[in-house]
Write a protein that binds this ligand. Sequence first.
Ligand code: ZN
Length: 174
Amino acid sequence: MAVKTIITEPNKILRQVSKPVAMVSESEQKLMDDMLDTMYAAKGIGLAAIQIGIPKRVIVMDISKDQDKNEPMYFVNPIIKNKNIEKSIYEEGCLSVPGQFAEVERPSKCEVEYLDYHGQKKILKAEGLLATCIQHEMDHLEGILFIDYLSKLKKSMIIKKLSKLKNNEDRVVL
Ligand code: ZN
């Protein structure tokens, strides 16, 4: 298990469409272990493989509030089967868009079919934060970030801020 570097916006890698996994093998399980370590280290509640530069349709999540008891969830090749017409609004953030938050409207409930950590087919009926989180993470598989739902102006302001931050990181202060 290892903590990987999380790719942040702006970066073209985040815009790639991830490829389905043919079979959940040991290498995918190792990837999920690493992703979970990376997510916990960054104090996030969800992470898609592309955020550490791997274009596979793999997601890990843990929306449990209890810090002492982890409840990891693993999603391989997730597909949304049903979406609610009703919407709900959550303030979203993203480990690839550090320090930025905005309200995003999404279907309040959805049904997701996926393969779990052991490659078993599962169906999850999600609502509330879980539904929002899984839809946010599934967007990553299509190269979509939550800032894409904001107005052009707001989005460009956020990207500008993040670019500035990146440039500052490269600066050497002596
Ligand atoms: Zn995200």
